[in-house]
Design a protein around this ligand. Structure first.
Ligand SMILES: Nc1ncnc2c1ncn2[C@@H]1O[C@H](COP(=O)(O)OP(=O)(O)OP(=O)(O)O)[C@@H](O)[C@H]1O
Ligand SMILES: [Mg+2]
Length: 313
């Protein structure tokens, strides 16, 4: 079992509203509403906890509406190292109609002051030593610059943590220069950050080589239902997921990342690591939520994953 810290700088409260049909401009009645604490690092933490690891969760949380997060952390036994900031954590509202159409309304998060950013750095200095790895996942909140983010990753590395990064846009671009231990972009995110297409395996291998020279040991590139390519020293593997019926892809990327960390930190073979991670991600898409609720189902999905060396293609 590993001790893992996850950092979510811009968490969100997900509010799913189910209704038969949305009538804009009218009074609409919903059939059901569900609120849950979310954000990529929080999601990754939940899957890692399902896999038996010990979690500390951190980042910035609005002090006006922390209840759903605090309830989740205490239910899951997470150590809460979030810095509270003035205002409300953003809400992402999903209007889910009975025909399957979903309308998203994503709110702005609180602006994070320099004082709060410094408070997070101080907190991380205090707690880092007790952890094997840190997952830094999701977008940057208002007030946090890519330069500060890069310095944060360099600091986490210098504190002796293995840094796993999953973000996009400017944050990914800045983060890559810090040389994190592992990255898990999807193909679009990586292409954007590198200003280069990574559609072919050859282009991905070349990008992974260049990233390795910057200190990135594991480049895990996801491509939805087409699976995952993983490049690291001496390993270039592809995993193809089994065909599953899709309930919701929410948390697929987070589940893949959690699965990769689980295998790597447990010193499983590369083949087993990628197979299990791909099965956990496939399991996420079969449910409205994500996570490992059924070990037998996971074992069955693992059997349906095809893993092979990329060089043999
Ligand atoms: N339809 C699917 N069937 C099986 N597995 C899937 C499907 N969609 C995604 N996955 C699995 O989940 C992994 C991550 O999905 P994807 O590449 O879409 O991540 P992402 O773009 O980072 O998504 P997220 O929105 O969660 O960040 C894929 O590599 C694959 O293993
Ligand atoms: Mg993703």
């Amino acid at each position: 079992m590993a001790r893992i810290l996850t950092l979510t700088l811009n968490p969100a409260l997900d509010l799913t509203v189910q209704l038969t049909r949305l009538e804009p401009g009218q009074v609409n009645r919903s059939d059901a509403m569900h609120t849950h604490a979310a954000g990529k690092g929080v999601n990754v933490a939940q899957v890692l906890a399902d896999l038996g690891h010990q979690l500390t969760v951190s980042g910035f949380l609005g002090e006006d509406n922390p209840q759903a997060f605090e309830a989740l952390f205490s239910r899951r036994g997470f150590v809460d190292a979030f810095i509270r900031v003035p205002g409300e954590t953003r809400s992402n509202i999903k209007l889910a109609e009975s025909d399957g159409r979903i309308t998203d309304l994503n709110g702005p998060g609180p602006r994070v002051s320099e004082a709060a950013q410094q408070a997070l750095l101080d907190r991380l200095d205090q707690i880092a030593a007790g952890h094997d790895a840190v997952v830094v996942a999701g977008s940057l909140p208002q007030g946090v610059s890519p330069q500060w983010f890069q310095a944060l990753l360099i600091r986490l590395k210098s504190l002796g943590l293995k840094v796993a990064l999953d973000t996009s846009g400017e944050a990914l671009r800045a983060g890559l220069a810090a040389g994190p231990w592992l990255i898990k972009p999807n193909t679009e995110e990586l292409a954007e950050a590198l200003d280069n297409s990574v559609a072919s395996v050859a282009a991905q291998a070349e990008a992974a080589n260049r990233l390795r020279a910057q200190g990135v040991e594991h480049v895990v590139i996801s491509h939805g239902a087409d699976g995952v390519n993983w490049f690291s020293v001496g390993t270039a593997l592809q995993a193809l997921p089994p065909k599953v019926s899709v309930a919701s892809t929410v948390g697929a990327g987070d589940s893949l990342l959690a699965g990769m960390l689980h295998g790597l930190l447990s010193a499983h073979t590369p083949e087993r690591t990628l197979r299990t991670a791909t099965a956990i991600a496939a399991m996420a898409v079969t449910q409205i939520g994500f996570g490992i609720s059924d070990a037998a189902q996971l074992a069955q999905l693992e059997q349906g994953v095809r893993v092979h060396p990329l060089t043999e293609q």
